[in-house]
Design a protein around this ligand. Structure first.
Ligand code: OAD
Length: 270
């Protein structure tokens, strides 16, 4: 087999990879609505562990003990301390080139929606405005009994579990645990975006946790041009129109650069 290498933004690619990028840019330049579904992989290059990779969180910790109401009721202190451990890592982390590139998408695409499973708020810190948090976030907290938001600052060094000033209930992080419903109305909004977009990205997710994992298939069934960015294959890879098997922090900035170049050429040609 002859593999011809071409350069694209200073990186060598095979001819077919170049063609894939070119096709993607044409679709993006023509798109009005783009939905971007992200998972833990987009934050991996910020130093935040994923869940299901060989060195991921679920290889070291038990999700039933740490990410379920049952586990919290059994040992609230252990769960609270685990979330404080994760909060400390997230507080020290910075958004990476992939997060910033997605924030730039909003400059070039009329309607761009990021639908994230991540709880780390790095998309927002990178500047993304239009975002749906399917699994809540690790920054906010609320009472397990009366659901009141807990607005006092959290001391992440402290092992003490805070209590609700309304009812005395335990305070928990406002993330979605296994077996719980997603925040009110959020899935409906995400499903609408996936079902009405021209281009759909699935980035850095293993596409294993439902109902979120239905979204790429919704987009595909409704006719969106589907792009997967993930160094490894997932159940969605065979259905993607283009699967880019690279790190998101490497390829997303390149996609933005190519889109900028394409739009500039189009503008100058008019
Ligand atoms: P996973 O850990 O299941 O999957 C992370 C994916 O990111 C894998 O497919 C990796 O191949 C990919 N990946 C790793 N590094 C990458 C990089 N630099 N660039 C792009 N991709 C990369 O994480 P999620 O799919 O987000 O839910 O997991 C979904 C949900 O399961 C999470 O929201 C969490 C977890 O349990 C709850 O806690 C409810």
């Amino acid at each position: 087999m002859i593999i011809t290498l071409h350069t694209l933004c200073g990186v060598f690619y095979t001819k077919s990879a170049m063609e894939s990028y070119n096709i993607l840019i044409e679709h993006l330049a023509a798109a009005c609505d783009v939905a971007i579904f992200t998972g833990a992989g987009i934050s991996a290059e910020s130093g935040i562990a994923t869940f299901r990779d060989p060195d991921g969180l679920w290889s070291k910790f038990n999700p039933t003990e740490l990410a379920s109401m049952k586990g919290f009721l059994r040992n609230p202190d252990r769960v609270w301390q685990w979330y404080n451990y994760r909060r400390a890592i997230i507080a020290d982390a910075q958004p990476n080139a992939g997060h910033y590139a997605l924030a730039d998408f909003e400059k070039y695409i009329p309607n761009c929606t990021v639908i994230t499973q991540n709880v780390d708020r790095l998309h927002q810190r990178a500047g993304t405005k239009n975002i749906l948090e399917l699994h809540g976030n690790i920054i906010e907290n609320h009472c397990v009994i009366c659901n009141s938001p807990y607005i006092q600052d959290i001391d992440i060094q402290s092992k003490e579990l805070p209590f609700c000033s309304n009812c005395g209930g335990n305070i928990r992080p406002s993330v979605v645990w296994f077996g719980e419903n997603l925040p009110d109305g959020i899935y409906e909004k995400a499903e609408y975006s996936a079902g009405h977009c021209d281009v759909f990205f699935s980035i850095g997710t293993s596409v294993e946790v439902y109902p979120a994992a239905y979204l790429p298939f919704t987009a595909k069934n409704r006719g969106a041009f589907c792009v997967e960015i993930n160094p490894t294959s997932t159940s969605f890879t065979p259905y993607a129109n283009i699967a880019i098997q690279e790190k998101s922090g490497d390829c997303l900035p390149r996609i933005v650069e190519l889109l900028q170049q394409y739009l500039k050429r189009e503008y100058n040609a008019e």
